[in-house]
Design a protein around this ligand. Structure first.
Ligand SMILES: C[S@@+](CC[C@H](N)C(=O)[O-])C[C@H]1O[C@@H](n2cnc3c(N)ncnc32)[C@H](O)[C@@H]1O
Length: 225
């Protein structure tokens, strides 16, 4: 079975080093989400770790990080940074209550059954464990690269596959897909967690020259009830 990342055409981009550096808003959101927590000697699952860049940042802060991803190709890169395990978000290959933290950045919205994945995350978290989450903001505006403005979302309530164009550093681009779902869906899928922090960076209305296309993200810190 081809992994999502290969179907989406990311594999070659990551291997060739063409994938843009960590999007600024994602890095800021990550810092905002994690600043209240101490990670020294804490167990962290980097859920859908991709190349493991974010897990590696927590490892630097003293955490014992395990990265989990479906893509062998990406795990090869991640393994240079953190300990990795290949597996599915729908059936995490870990025992119950193993982790103090689950870091899940930009993963749930690419899954067809995110509500199954959140159940699994809850299972592997310790009681009062913390889920640090980022998804495409369901209310997201996105920069329209051609018009250089922000697009308004007139189909907010509709669950639908959407395209997201990634510009690579060599000037080429490819479109990846994700599934838009309204906020009410996500709140249902996160039953059993209480919200500790919401961070919702809003993009400037005009597309800055030389920047990569980005979407607005929603960052949440949640505690397992
Ligand atoms: C948008 S990338 C985010 C990567 C990383 N968290 C980051 O922020 O850089 C989504 C990741 O989810 C992984 N993924 C997709 N479907 C998955 C599944 N069913 N089980 C585990 N990982 C999956 C992909 O391989 C990819 O690495």
């Amino acid at each position: 079975m081809k992994s999502w990342i290969e179907e989406q055409g990311w594999g070659h981009a990551v291997e060739a080093g063409l994938y843009p550096p960590i999007a600024i808003s994602k890095k800021k959101g990550f810092e905002e989400l994690t600043k209240e927590y101490r990670f020294k000697n804490k167990t962290v699952l980097d859920h859908g770790c991709g190349t493991g860049v974010f897990g590696a940042l927590l490892k630097k802060r003293g955490a014992q990080v395990t990265g989990l991803d479906i893509s062998k190709r990406l795990l090869k890169v991640a393994a240079t940074r953190i300990k990795v395990v290949q597996g599915s978000a729908y059936r995490l290959p870990f025992k119950d209550a193993k982790f103090d933290f689950v870091l899940s950045l930009m993963v749930l919205h690419v899954l067809t059954r995110p509500e199954q994945a959140t159940k699994e995350i809850r299972r592997v978290l310790k009681p009062k464990g913390t889920l640090l989450l980022a998804i495409v903001n369901p209310r997201a505006g996105a920069w329209d690269v051609k018009k250089k403005t922000i697009k308004k979302d007139s189909k907010y309530g509709k669950v639908a596959q959407r395209k997201w164009v990634f510009n690579l550093t060599d000037g080429t681009a490819f479109a990846a897909t994700y599934t838009h779902r309204p906020l009410s869906f996500w709140m249902r899928a996160l039953k059993g967690f209480s919200v500790r922090c919401v961070y919702e960076p809003i993009l400037p209305a005009r597309y800055p020259k030389g920047k990569y296309a980005q979407k607005e993200f929603l960052f949440l810190a949640l505690e397992k009830e």
